[in-house]
Design a protein around this ligand. Structure first.
Ligand code: ATP
Length: 449
């Protein structure tokens, strides 16, 4: 198996320099493990989310979209098990004040005993015994900060889907099997956040819950397992960097009937890590909400005259983590023939790239800037483009390579007379001469590839 290099530090710096991702509240010294998406990052994230939304909702007639609120009735989180069970045991070091998950493999010895050694400061006997720590953020609703007003920031979008199961089913008249999909923020007070945007305390989820007749659940589980892997491959992630990880009995939640993660190889010491979870949750969630709310969440199947609580097969993927996978997968540094300076390339699939084309006049005279502006303004109606006339042309190409722009269009000495431009391909470096009238179609077709 190839050992992919660790490119994380290089990506953090590229992301800041070029406006993909900034540290939150940077001028105040930053907020712990929260990140902001800059002009290029927000485009890339939107492209990724739109691609998911199109594949899951718009291109299917058996999945409906939903956008439920972040703040929900506090009983939801009792029913879901998050109040009682969404806890990680953690240990504190009394010397360096760092916190670790109790199962951190870097801890030597048993925490709480004199032989345990802190993985950060190296002191022995300073680690506390494990204590349970709830990962949900608490806040207050209304003007009084008393216990009656405690609510939580949702740690997943799924519960908004479960509690709306009947609303969606009845308003759309969907028949089982069908799914509900949503994209939205989730918050977890993670104990060990880190690795840039891999594990943060505020993040997004793209989740789809598929409601099926009990007994057909394993068939649908296999279907979604295969479907979701194809989707990740379609993003341009290298096939050999993707794998399934089957949850062992210890990893499996008590109610889960089966669970697989889709993992991506982030390289370096991080290696293969989860980017998506596919779970067969049985009737646990709807069952719990029926119990706690006292409201029936059943489905009546007219054809078979049967009433039942559907089983759920879910797909839960993080756009932030997948975006990091795209950056890691696409990042490369290479030598350029005949040039002393190499180039950095973000090999993003054209459909996902934040900017589709750079438009340049070769020089700032002879009407070239005017023609390049006209072309850029026309193309801008169809896709995001970037006009650039500063610096040597090679520099301008390299600036676009580094942010993953798949095409660079140059207006040169021949352009005005022949009404043509050159189009340079980011990956092959090949330059083709294309008629200006054909540019939109040419780039549109290439982006769809
Ligand atoms: P992990 O084991 O890595 O904490 P999880 O199994 O708790 O993840 P799920 O609850 O299944 O994750 O959430 C689905 C997806 O949401 C994950 O595959 C991941 O892409 C994303 N995700 C979960 N937690 C975070 C986080 N703290 N920061 C960024 N993305 C996250």
């Amino acid at each position: 198996m190839p050992n992919y290099p660790d490119v994380m530090d290089k990506l953090v710096s590229l992301c800041k320099r070029r406006g993909f991702v900034f540290q939150s509240s940077e001028i105040y010294g930053g907020t712990g493990s929260v990140w902001d998406y800059g002009p290029l990052g927000v485009e890339l994230k939107r492209n990724l989310q739109d691609r998911w939304w199109n594949a899951m909702v718009r291109q299917r007639d058996d999945i409906e979209g939903l956008d439920s609120a972040i703040l929900m009735h506090p009983r939801v989180w009792e029913a879901s098990g998050h109040v009682g069970g969404f806890v990680d045991p953690l240990v504190d070091c009394s010397n360096c004040k760092k916190r670790f998950r109790a199962d951190d493999p870097k801890i030597k010895g048993t925490p709480g005993t004199p032989d345990a050694q802190c993985p950060a400061c190296g002191m022995k006997g300073t680690l506390s015994a494990p204590r349970l720590f709830n990962l949900m953020f608490k806040t207050f609703m209304g003007p009084v900060e008393d216990t009656a007003a405690i609510i939580y920031l949702r740690p997943e979008t799924a519960q908004g889907t479960y509690v709306n199961f009947l609303n969606v089913q009845q308003s759309t008249r969907q028949k089982i099997p069908f799914g509900i999909a949503q994209i939205g923020k989730a918050f977890r007070n993670e104990i060990t956040p880190g690795n840039f945007i891999f594990r943060t305390r505020e993040f997004e989820q793209m989740e789809m819950q598929f409601f099926v007749e009990p007994g057909t659940d394993m068939e649908w589980f296999e279907y979604w397992k295969a479907e979701r892997m194809k989707w990740h491959q379609g993003l341009g992630l290298a096939h050999e960097r993707l794998q399934y990880h089957q949850h062992t009995n210890e990893e499996l939640a008590h109610y889960a009937r089966a669970a697989f993660d889709v993992q991506f190889d982030f390289g370096g010491t991080l290696g293969f890590q989860e980017i998506e979870g596919i779970h067969n949750r049985g009737d646990f969630d709807l069952g719990q909400h029926q119990k706690f709310s006292g409201k029936k969440l059943e489905y009546f199947d007219h054809a078979s005259n049967k009433r039942y609580t559907p089983f759920v097969v879910e797909s839960a993927v993080g756009p932030n983590r997948t975006l990091l996978a795209l950056l890691v997968n696409g990042y490369r540094e290479e030598a350029v023939e005949g040039e002393s300076e190499g180039r950095t390339v973000l090999g993003l699939k054209a459909a996902l790239a934040p900017i589709k084309a750079g438009v340049f006049p070769l020089v700032k005279k002879d009407g070239m800037p005017e023609m390049a502006h006209r072309i850029a303004n026309d193309l801008r109606n169809a896709f995001p483009v970037f006009y650039d006339d500063s610096g040597a042309i090679g520099r301008r190409y390299r600036r676009q390579d580094e942010i993953g722009t798949p095409f660079c269009i140059t207006v040169d000495g021949e352009s005005a007379g022949a009404n043509t431009v050159t189009v340079r391909d980011r990956d092959t470096l090949a330059q083709e001469r294309i008629a200006v009238d054909r540019l939109r179609e040419y780039i549109g077709t290439r982006i769809a590839e």
